[in-house]
Design a protein around this ligand. Sequence first.
Ligand code: ATP
Length: 979
Amino acid sequence: MYLKNIKAHGFKSFADKIDLEITKGITAIVGPNGSGKSNVVDAVRWVLGEQSIKALRGNNGMTDVIFSGSDSRQSQNRAVVSLTFDNSDHYLNSEFNEIEIKRVVYRTGENDYYLNNTKVRLKDITDLFIDSGAGKESFNIISQGAVGNVINNKPEERRTIFEEAAGVLKYKKRKEESLKKLDKTKENISKIQLVIDELIKTLEPLKEQNKLAKQYLQLKEDLEATEVSLIVKDIKDLNVNYQQHQNQVDLLKEQIDRLSNISATEQSNIEKNKLKSLKLDDEISKINEELLALSEEITSLETQKNILYERQKYQSEDSVLTQNILYTKEQISKIQNQIKTIEKDKQYYSQKLQQTIVNQNQLLMEIENFQKNKLEITNEMNTNNKNIQSCQNLISINKSNIENNSRLPHAVKSIITNNRLSGIHNTIGNLISIPSEYNNAIDIALGNNTNTIVVDDTESAKKAIEYLKKNSLGRATFFPINIIKSKKILPEILQKIENIKGFIGIASNLIKFDQKYRNIIENQLGNIIVVNTIDDLNNIAREINYQYRVVTLSGEIQYTGGAISGGTSNIISSIKEKHLLEKNEEQLLDLETIKTKLEQKMQDNENKLQVLLKEKDDNNSKIITYKEQTAQKEIRINDCKSELTKLNSELVNVESQLNHTIDNTLNDIIENLSQKIALKNQKANFLHQLKDEKNELFNQITDLENIVRQKNNKYNQHQQELKQKEIELNKIDNRLDNLLLTLNENYAMTFEKAEKLFPNYENVNETDRIKVIDLKNSISKLGMVNLGAPAEYERINTRYEFLISQQEDLTKSSEELMALITEMDTIMVDKFQKTFTKIQEEFSTVFKQLFKGGKGILKLTNPDDILHTGVEIIAEPPGKKLNSIALLSGGEKTLTAIALLFAILNIKPVPFCILDEVEAALDEANVDTFGKYLESKKNNSQFILITHKKKSMEYADVLYGITMQESGVSKLVSVKLEN
Ligand code: ATP
């Protein structure tokens, strides 16, 4: 690398732009005092990044370097200096073959650096030149008077040039940066520690509160899961219970209605009969009165007759005969009356018999009907019982199939029933609950995936598959919860079809499942549309352009793209099995209701039948009685008739013996008497009949009253039962209300929501009630709980952990920095030590060459502390004793310093070296020695020499003059060497 040129414009006295071409070898710059030669050195130092205005011979700030104006020229607003290097040997660590560095400062104080016209930071420039031997601190720029400093500086200040030569400056700089970083890091660590200390004070009590709150929330969650499940189960059970009670209440009301209707009819029959009975009483008492009157009349007629008899006994000779005639006539009249009465009786009984027979025939028909009914009901009951039995059988088959997972493929069953496999949930079919109306649709929509097994993750699936393979159990499909994503119908499409006739919903919204399976259920059913009929399916599928599957309630399905599948299938899936169980249970309930109704019907029929049978028996005995009575009356009529015939012939016989007629009055009396007697008998018979009739009525009333009493008892019993049932119904209602209220007040849930959120309510049992009490006790034992604690604890703990990790990071980086510093120290010690030893030797040689004898020695002031040791120079010019260098002459000091400079340059050659009047104090002979030495080294380094010495100029390859023709502005002139 070498320096190709120096350009300056507006820098110090360079108001006009100067362009100083530098060649390899020695370039000398000459000129009168104050013309601006040293400003070139300043310019180079400045562009390399000098920050000290003092080092640049300024006072106030960096703007001091800007041309400040002169008598003839105005001040300028900026100073620009650039250096161009040939870097084709890539001495500088850059890919560029030519490197131009430029620094610009503006009056405003802005300061820019450029590297090949790209704006860069000062650090980029410094880094580029560090340890190149051309940095701003480098020993390659020796300013005016600085050579003296080498001698005059303290040993500790002097070590800098050795460091530069040893190439440790970059380490030193990095070490300084590292130390700064270390300080900053340590400061940060202690700042963080303060915050951590503060946080710990808040965190400790919060930790306790957080633990408590979490415990509370966990207990609450458990309580909610258990209590809500119990409530849902209780509500469901109570609803069934309520329905059963309601059915019983309805039945009882129906029975009560019927009983009260029947009782009313019977009551009115009783009343009618009682009225009849009263009428009979009237008639009986009337007849009794008539009988009494007749008896009196008969007695009076008897008396008259007896008187007439007595009179006739003495008046008539044939009194005995007459007596006989009269008696016989009396008898004949009596018998004639008797016959009339008996015939009336016979007629009465025969009528009664006819009526009863008609009645009995009707009764028999009715009985036959009731018996037919009984048979029919019995048949119905038998059929119903058979149905109940077969329904119960089906239910137990369904239950056993569900319990034993019989509808699942063998492989699937062997996985879900294996307790040793972990992370296995169940099949999709077993994890959902489907309202019966959607069963077909969901079954078809899921298809074979009904039997897909839901698992925690791929690991669980992998283990299950290994198990299947190992035991040759077949194949199964798995859905890992952590992987399967949900699928949905685009909202715009959903909006489009929602109001179309026949649209029912999205399959996943129509079923119940645990929310943790949402992704899986939606993956399977989230994009399937359920519709009513096949016509709706056609409409909607067309509307959505066959983008999604559509399924009808009866199971026809339209696949994406347009294929339709339908018909029936004999395969029973686990879903269908559950559906069948539900249907069978519903049917069983219906059948049991029918059974109760049939039993009731049977009971009613039987009651009526029994009444009719009793009536039939009664009628039979009546018929027998009436027949007997009719027969008896017939016999008696015949007896009376033969008696009459006998009496008539007797009368004819007696009358033939007696030829006069009997007294007409007596005859009339006898006639009248026999008529009255006949009438009395007739009335007595009638009375007898009426009494019979009344007795019969009385019996009927008693029977009816018994029936009414029985029915009333039943009615009251039913009323009692009804009251009981209604109280129970009310209790159930209240319990339901309370449960719903608890759901609402304690958990802000409706029953539907609770049922959806806790679909496993069917699995809760009685021990869960104890669990609820235990959980409530545990919660109340916790006392006051700060529910904000977990969030607050989380927030503060996150900060605490963040700070701890930050502190750890910082501690780690501080340790790394320390290690780095130690490593750099080791490198620096090593490099410094080696370089110093070399320079020490070289100095001794160069000293001898420049002084042409004598002794120059370099010594470390503190060899034990290489990092800080100073360097002492001991010089012994020829013939002189080793002495303090302070005592050397000015020229000797300069030569000693130059010897050190050259020794260093020999050990660590620099690309270019600017020497500003370093040889000013030397005499001509020594300047010549200096010049010669320079010449011997000019192939290793470029030398830019600012000098007044002609001897020095003689060794220059190029000579520049700096003048100040125009007052205050430096000008560059090239000087012909010959001149
Ligand atoms: P000598 O031979 O005496 O060492 P020199 O040639 O090295 O002299 P310099 O020290 O380089 O001279 O230049 C000093 C000159 O530069 C002075 O005249 C000074 O006024 C001028 N100068 C310094 N800074 C500025 C500035 N900011 N604006 C204008 N001129 C400046």
